[in-house]
Design a protein around this ligand. Structure first.
Ligand SMILES: Cc1cc2nc3c(=O)[nH]c(=O)nc-3n(C[C@H](O)[C@H](O)[C@H](O)COP(=O)(O)O)c2cc1C
Length: 363
């Protein structure tokens, strides 16, 4: 029997499959079923900075103006939309999940600016959270804001949340940082125990008929795994934080790749939201066990980081040299090589080896 246990931010988990932050955690029964299926922990849907601030504004308005002008005042407040939760209800839901699920529950705070709202990290801890995940989802639009200033704000926010709690803290990041290794180190020094890589940006589309910007959520596919896979491979063993992969984990193979890159856990949302979440989780775990038995792996821990940049036979595979190699391997449909593959082949004899349709190198 293979051993699927792993640890994440000091939590001992039965399997490397965690339910990522999503509306699934609004349903206690679903989370119970996921736990029975082998999902080892759950990250709750997020409590947003804006929701906490809105609640404070409403209370403040009630206290200072009475109820007469309240309805009108509310209409000017930003509409949090269907995904709205009242912060205190959030904390109650966390306690409910904790009481019913039988697996670790991680609260999720989602915001960008240090401020009074971060006290909810402490309220989550008091409600029984096993950890807090801080999702920093910032989209810069200010031309005067530099990357250094932005990173300093991230660090300040992490310090502010760390100061509120004693339980483990994870930070969920977007992929578009210029110098991720350095930022990872800064966040760890600010108090992060884990990094969750990566947020998927929900990129708005244009409706050409209505000439409107339309936000819509598309579920991921396994193709999206490559982005966090490389980041985790590069960071593994170099910063003393646990790494979690989210984005594009759908199959047992995706979980295996994530473990080999160096992740402690994988966090799944799209795969579970697509259909019957518990049965899908069960299938992934069955496939995972079968693959490990077939390939004579005894445990998940044994494979964690085995394909990270520190351990892989060709570390350059993650870097620029490989970028050129990949471009150089392209062939037109008539089989002829590109100009760049010829040039690169001359510069770097190991590059530009013709690759046939099946992807295998030709003799
Ligand atoms: C419908 C939906 C709601 C989500 N809500 C949250 C959220 O509240 N907080 C958060 O940090 N991530 C949220 N996410 C992001 C997921 O947790 C996950 O990181 C992302 O979808 C990538 O993983 P996937 O490829 O398995 O979907 C949400 C994703 C979806 C699809």
């Amino acid at each position: 029997m293979v051993d699927l246990t792993t640890t994440y931010m000091g939590l001992k988990l039965n399997t490397p499959i965690v339910a990522s932050a999503s509306p699934l955690s609004q349903r206690v029964d679903t989370i119970k079923q996921l736990a029975e299926a082998g999902v080892s922990a759950v990250v709750m849907y997020s409590l947003f900075e804006e929701q906490v601030i809105q609640q404070s504004l409403e209370i403040d308005h009630l206290l200072t103006h009475g109820t007469d002008s309240f309805a009108e005042a509310l209409s000017y407040l930003p509409d949090s939309g269907r995904y709205s939760v009242i912060p205190d209800r959030y904390v109650d839901q966390l306690a409910n999940l904790k009481a019913a699920a039988g697996i670790p529950v991680i609260g999720s705070l989602n915001g960008v600016s240090p401020g009074g709202w971060v006290r909810y990290a402490k309220l989550m801890q008091d409600a029984g959270a096993d950890g807090v995940e801080l999702n920093i989802y910032y989209i810069p639009t200010d031309f005067d804001l530099t990357g250094t200033q932005l990173e300093a704000t991230y660090v300040k926010l992490v310090k502010a949340v760390r100061a509120e709690i004693t339980i483990p803290l994870a930070v969920k990041l977007s992929p578009y940082f210029t110098a991720l290794p350095n930022l990872a180190r800064q966040l760890q020094e600010a108090g992060a125990n884990a990094l969750v890589l990566f947020n998927r940006f929900y990129q708005p589309d244009f409706d050409l008929e209505a000439l409107e910007v339309v936000p819509n959520i598309r579920l991921s596919t396994s193709d999206e795994l490559r982005l966090p896979l490389r980041a985790v491979s590069l960071l593994h063993g170099r910063v003393p934080v646990d790494l979690a992969i989210t984005s594009g984990v759908h199959t047992a193979h995706d979980v295996l790749k994530s473990m080999m890159a160096g992740a402690k856990v994988t966090m799944l949302a799209s795969a579970l939201l697509k259909g019957d979440a518990p049965s899908h989780a069960r299938d992934i775990l069955a496939d995972l066990r079968a693959w490990m038995e077939e390939h004579e792996y005894e445990s998940i821990t044994q494979m964690q980081g085995s394909m990270s940049q520190r351990h892989v036979a060709e570390p350059a595979a993650f870097e620029r040299a490989n970028y050129m190699k990949v471009l150089g391997s392209f062939r037109f449909s008539d089989g002829s090589a590109t100009h760049s593959s010829l040039t690169m082949g001359m510069l770097y004899p190991f590059l530009g080896t013709p690759i046939n349709d099946a992807g295998a190198e030709e003799e």
